[in-house]
Ligand binder design. Structure first.
Ligand code: PHE
Length: 436
């Protein structure tokens, strides 16, 4: 390693905004609201919060401790805490996971660029649902349009990452994340005051505990993992740029709180509008790119603009974190300059992104593999390394900032138990349930 001092995020606010930026993304907007409605409303939200608290958050702490205590990329961090062992090979899985996610994520990010431009120019007003679905299908079945938009999306991501941790990622996150919350609140207000909005609110909130079964719990946990960006080294990498005085407990809890809060807000932005228009809720691309443009454009010209800008920013702050995993690896392990590393991975992700843009099969395989395989392996390895390779006193000292944080000291026994036993068992259970 070179003797250069490692960059850092500067303030605590910036770290939390960057981590929340990674966490808040498409998962919050196009999957969470639908999952809540399908799996028992408020009952599902309770299960989701419990799963996040007892399984996802402890894994977040593991990644954060690994990154912060070593100040290295995924390989370097694993090698530092378990020298000479095979655990560092998880670094390859994390790289592959980040690479695959950033590639297909950029396709969807590209669609939001396309729809943002459309909402400025032609708009969607007057479009019926069928026509809107037609616009989306025509766009995705053409070759050049999605590729051009993907290039713009990935290009912006790369430009931010190339500028570095503080001036690029940190600055973008600390300006954009508050704006993101303001924009989603504007849509929530607009959506919840529509006639018939109560039905959407009821869909989201009415608790139905009879819907809480094994698959619902596995879904909650899987969503919690995806949403907190776990298992592919994003949290580890960002944490490696934290200042020593930052507190892992604090940053983790705030990231999870913002992430969950945003997901619930997205639900209130979307479902009341869907029900008020007399439509059926769905998940994924058809919700965001077919149903919502029509509904939102009936609410005025500006609403679709705000909505697609929200998606674009949410997606950018997530894709930045995945690209950063790749770039940090090249910089730390291969001694390549940040700019060169960013350019190299921009090209590599662009190629896989183009394949995903034209082949829906490759797109779904990438999507499936990342959340069901790469993230699960990564999360398991991080939990095992921290829980079983590091000593309790070492983890405690990292978690409590060498014993100076009394709050962290007070919760540590519980966190340690969760890391050592509950989280690994939970991961194995969801991984098996999802794969079956
Ligand atoms: N957390 C992001 C979302 O909810 C997705 C993501 C996954 C980002 C893994 C980084 C790493 O959309």
């Amino acid at each position: 390693m070179s003797g250069k001092i490692r960059e850092n995020f500067g303030s605590r606010f910036t770290v939390v905004m960057a981590l929340a930026g990674s966490a808040i993304g498409l998962g919050n907007i196009w999957r969470f609201p639908y999952m809540v409605g399908e799996h028992g409303g408020a009952a599902f939200i309770i299960i989701y919060v419990l799963c996040s608290l007892f399984i996802a958050l402890p894994i977040f702490f593991c990644e954060s401790i690994l990154g912060k205590s070593t100040g290295k990329d995924t390989f370097g961090a694993l090698e530092a805490v378990a020298p000479g062992t095979k655990w560092k090979n998880e670094g390859y899985v994390a790289l592959l996971g980040s690479f695959v996610i950033v590639s297909f994520y950029s396709v969807v990010g590209g669609w939001s660029v396309d729809f943002l431009i459309r909402s400025f120019t032609t708009g969607f007003a007057g479009e019926t649902l069928g026509e809107a679905a037609g616009i989306f299908q025509k766009m995705t079945s053409s070759v050049w349009e999605p590729i051009a938009c993907l290039t713009v999306f990935l290009g912006i991501t790369a430009l931010i990452v190339a500028r570095g941790i503080e001036k690029g990622i940190g600055r973008f996150a600390k300006v954009m994340m508050p704006l993101l919350f303001i924009m989603i609140v504007v849509i929530v207000i607009r959506s919840c005051t529509l006639p018939g909005a109560e039905k959407g609110i009821e869909y989201l909130l009415k608790p139905d505990f009879s819907k809480i079964d094994g698959p619902a719990i596995a879904a909650a946990l899987g969503q919690g993992f995806f949403s907190l960006s776990l298992g592919v080294g994003c949290v580890l990498t960002y944490s490696s740029y934290m200042r020593k005085e930052e507190n892992v407990l604090y940053t983790g809890v705030w990231t999870a709180v913002f992430d969950t809060f945003f997901a619930i807000l997205a639900g209130f932005a979307i479902m009341p509008a869907v029900f008020s228009a007399g439509l059926e809720p769905s998940a994924g691309p058809s919700l965001v790119y077919e149903t919502l443009p029509v509904i939102f454009s009936r609410m005025g010209r500006i609403v679709p603009v705000i909505f697609f800008l929200t998606i674009l920013i949410a997606a950018l702050t997530s894709s930045m974190s995945m690209l950063e995993v790749l770039v940090t690896w090249l910089v730390d392990q291969k001694g390549i300059s940040r700019r060169k590393a960013t350019l190299l991975f921009f090209c590599a992700c662009w190629v896989l992104g183009c394949v995903c843009a034209v082949s829906s099969k490759v797109f779904s395989v990438c999507d499936f593999m990342s959340s069901n395989v790469f993230m699960m392996i990564g999360a398991l390895v991080f939990a095992l390394v921290v829980g079983w390779k590091m000593s309790r006193s070492e983890v405690r000292s990292q978690f409590t900032n060498y014993g100076t944080s009394h709050k962290a000291g007070a919760v540590f026994p519980v966190v340690w138990f969760l890391i050592k036993w509950v989280a690994p068992a939970g991961i194995v259970i969801i991984a098996v349930t999802n794969l079956l």
